[in-house]
Design a protein around this ligand. Structure first.
Ligand code: DLL
Length: 439
């Protein structure tokens, strides 16, 4: 079912008209109401009236995460604080958190886009959604919750953690849809295995997974282990939370709710706008947010945009599943590699478990040592070191062949790599380097 047939299957020209109208309103509003934007526009020599076509958006300056932090907590509000009804922040583990403020209309907008996303995965009022994204300042829990409302689906607001209870409720309440991070879903499958629960006996039909990078082959693994169809959902606190884009039944790219989130892909080095199909950094302008609207926000996420005649009937532009974040990109002997590429290769190698970690260390002043730790199936972790060596070599050779890089592979026993209840930590960087892209 298409939740909002009119908008989601709009003709391109009509969509552009709507976007332009909203963009013009937005630039006038932020120029008048947010001193931060007024100064930025003035510094760049651009006035709201200069935005006459959608292409004119490239005249506007970017907004960065660093600027969102500098304006903490309320520097980017475009309305009176009295009109803010909900606040979320990013986790703030790497510095001052960034703040998103929602007015009543923003919250309705969020419900609308999340309802569209849930419907993309086949959800409707007959479904029971077990929502294990964290409730709280993180947008995952409440985002799904807000979207389930207009659909009329039943929500189990179980939040994250307490895996045994998750498994129990899944059975008792006959949950049909799971919403978690993909890494947590694998952990859940592991615990289910220990307790003897067979996912084939459950009522699950779909899992809506996001908030962290995952690969196509990880999807294969999850679908097999949890006996459901796994969909990718994307979003970020700054823009709204989950609900920016989601996969439909075709599972080939995520439809962007582009009437509210105008996407661009730029060259992260030069800021130049790239055409559809070219890979680069995703940038969003919010077309309809009242609380903390953002102009050309640099997400640091790497992907590309494409349009195709989707058999689901939606016409909205798609983004390819994320390759990763700019900050997570490893540069190994001059080769750019994202952890998700390593994961994609790893997931196809037999006798390994879908749990891994990448440890980066700098022993001498120039050379980075990258170690890929991979869990191996219990039965292989015997005294038979020969078998382990065969697996180790296979992983090494596959990486070398497909990515052109030589990694140190360390096989570890099952369940030794930390399991995550939220976003998995795939890369542990022990180098004492300034963080890329802080600004
Ligand atoms: O993770 C919002 C969300 C909640 C999305 C639940 C999907 C489901 P933040 O904590 O602000 O918000 O983190 C945003 O997470 O810039 C991406 O780098 C990453 N991310 C989010 N979804 C995906 C995804 C939420 N499907 C940051 N694939 C984003 C890869 C994702 N990375």
């Amino acid at each position: 079912m298409i939740y909002n047939q009119k908008v989601e299957s709009m003709k391109k020209g009509e969509m552009e008209k709507l976007q332009l109208e909203r963009l013009k309103n937005l630039v006038h509003t932020v120029y008048e109401k947010v001193p931060f934007y007024k100064k930025k526009f003035d510094d760049a020599g651009v006035k709201p009236g200069d935005i006459r076509t959608l292409e004119d958006i490239s005249k506007l300056p970017f907004t960065t995460k660093g600027e969102m932090r500098e304006t903490y907590p309320y520097g980017l509000l475009a309305c009176d604080l009295d009109n803010i009804v909900e606040i979320h922040t990013s986790s703030g583990t790497t510095g001052t958190p960034v703040v998103a403020g929602y007015t009543e209309n923003d919250r309705s907008l969020w419900s609308e886009v999340m309802a569209r996303c849930l419907a993309m995965t086949g959800a409707d009022k007959t479904d029971t959604i077990q929502n294990a994204y964290g409730y709280g300042l993180f947008t995952g829990g409440l985002g799904v919750h807000h979207g389930a409302g207009p659909l009329g689906a039943t929500v189990i607001p179980i939040s994250s953690g307490n895996t045994k209870k998750q498994l129990q409720y899944m059975q008792d309440f006959r949950s049909t849809i799971l919403t978690y991070t993909p890494s947590y879903s694998l952990f859940m499958a592991e615990v289910a295995g220990e307790t003897g629960l067979d996912f084939r006996t459950l009522n699950l039909k779909a899992g809506i997974f996001g908030a962290e990078p995952w690969s196509d082959n990880m999807r294969v693994e999850i679908e097999k282990k949890l006996n459901l169809k796994a969909f990718d959902i994307y979003g970020l606190t700054e823009i709204i939370g989950p609900g920016v884009s989601c996969e439909c039944e075709v599972q080939n790219g995520l439809h962007i709710n582009e009437d509210f989130f105008y996407p661009e892909i730029i060259n992260p080095e030069t800021g130049e706008v790239l055409p559809e199909g070219e890979k680069g950094e995703l940038v969003f302008t919010t077309l309809g947010r009242e609380g903390t609207p953002l102009i050309r926000y640099r997400t640091r996420d790497i992907t590309w945009l494409f349009r195709e005649k989707c058999s689901c009937g939606r016409t909205t532009v798609k983004m390819h599943r994320l390759l990763g974040r700019n900050d997570d990109m490893l540069i190994l002997k001059g080769v750019n590699v994202f952890p998700s590429q390593i994961e994609n290769i790893l997931m196809k190698i037999e006798n390994t478990e879908p749990h891994y970690q990448i440890i980066i260390d700098r022993k001498s002043s120039h050379l980075d040592n990258v170690e890929l730790q991979v869990e191996v199936e219990e039965s292989f972790f015997s005294d038979e070191t020969k078998d382990l060596e065969i697996i180790r070599k296979k992983i090494h050779n596959e990486m070398k062949q497909q990515l052109g890089i030589s990694l140190n592979i360390k096989l570890v026993e099952p369940k030794t790599i930390e399991r995550s209840m939220g976003k998995a930590r795939r890369v542990i960087d022990k180098r004492d380097l300034p963080k890329a892209g802080e600004k």
